[in-house]
Design a protein around this ligand. Sequence first.
Ligand SMILES: Cc1cc2nc3c(=O)[nH]c(=O)nc-3n(C[C@H](O)[C@H](O)[C@H](O)COP(=O)(O)OP(=O)(O)OC[C@H]3O[C@@H](n4cnc5c(N)ncnc54)[C@H](O)[C@@H]3O)c2cc1C
Length: 417
Amino acid sequence: MKTMAKRVCIIGAGLSGLTTIKCCLDEGLEPTCFEMGDDMGGLWKYQENVEEGRGNVFYSLITNSSKEFMAYSDFPTPENFPNFLAHTHMFQYLQAYAKEFKLNERIHLKTKVEAVTKTADFQSSGQWNVTTVDENGIKNDMVFDAVMVCSGHNYNPNMPMDSFPGIENFKGKIIHSKDYKKPSAYAGKNVLVIGFGNSGGDIATEVSEHASQFPFLEVDDTFTVRDNCNCLYKNVFLPKIQPPTIAFINLVEANVSATSVCEMQSRWVTRIFKGLISLPDEAEMLKEISQEQEKNSHKFPNLKRHTIEIEDCPAYTDDLASQIGVRPCLLPLFLKDPGLALKIFFGPLTNYQYRLQGPGRWEGAAQAIRTQNHRVMVPFRGGSVTCSNTQGFGLVNLIVSLVLLAGCCLVVWFQTS
Ligand SMILES: Cc1cc2nc3c(=O)[nH]c(=O)nc-3n(C[C@H](O)[C@H](O)[C@H](O)COP(=O)(O)OP(=O)(O)OC[C@H]3O[C@@H](n4cnc5c(N)ncnc54)[C@H](O)[C@@H]3O)c2cc1C
């Protein structure tokens, strides 16, 4: 079914919510974003005391994806930023992104979305009733054509106490990494860190030196997430909700970078809301979901953390990019700009390549790709480096390109003859 959503309610103004606002604006939709915190940035806005229902970083946290992967596709990080960003850099970057694209004027801070329910005529209109409450407790009811849920999923700590028989006899303090802030609080104490994921590893190192819920939605059997079982089509849409006017952004564990996933999802969803891309019917969506579940069940253990894992992030973003029409076509690009095509083919899968063509094309994309090595090198050289050998496309590159092209043609010829 085709939908033509205009007024879009966005819940949350973190990394996902910000790019979702921008994608709506790019597509001519009218976004209104509600953020229950007193600032944008989501978990990257460091707080000593985190409100209930919000995720947050610990003080020494540094991203485990590099700055080039953490960057949105049309907004590279500053070259003088370190390659792996402290949470302060990440927050500055998000502030700059919001300022550049005038996103702040779309955000209502200190406003919590309390309820999202279908309107009485949902079957025909696809609209949603949204109830918000502001810091003074004043409630407001509004109707929106579509909803994009960007409320994060890193706030509901998983404490598997049942796995530790006798733990009730332990007299010390038990905390989740979500509530860990600084190592000084543990000076002189014997600390056991359980779990060696990203946070566990970081915390164990520095201490040694010194979910799933949809809280504001009317819950019925359409909203269920079981262990190791994602019920969302392309990790975004609930097949049973027709017309498809509610989308869950970044409700995934991405093993490359959260930015690439949430931005591509938002670009894809806004095109669907405009009626420019159609979803398959419910049966087809359910079939694909169960195929994904089958694949994941072999790849990941049956744990909550892996419920929403994306098995192959580049394949996932490429798939959505193809539907939007922004996946780069390397052969025509090679004929037009072989140096750039080679950089994409052999280089890292950074998000800029999804801005080279199609809807949302950005003039600066090619240059952002050509200069990504430069931005990576700057911090190594104390803040400055010349660009000459990273931007040009010399004779040597041309010869290498032609040899590679000839090689590819030979391979294709051998395979088809
Ligand atoms: C400790 C930690 C480190 C991480 N490091 C990396 C990394 O290095 N690289 C990477 O790619 N990813 C990393 N991640 C993954 C992380 O999920 C993403 O980086 C990203 O920040 C998530 O953004 P988000 O906008 O989806 O969610 P959040 O940042 O959690 O933002 C959600 C926002 O929604 C608001 N909200 C929630 N409910 C409501 C409501 N009912 N009404 C109004 N507002 C609401 C919240 O206040 C919050 O501001 C990390 C996650 C954690 C927890």
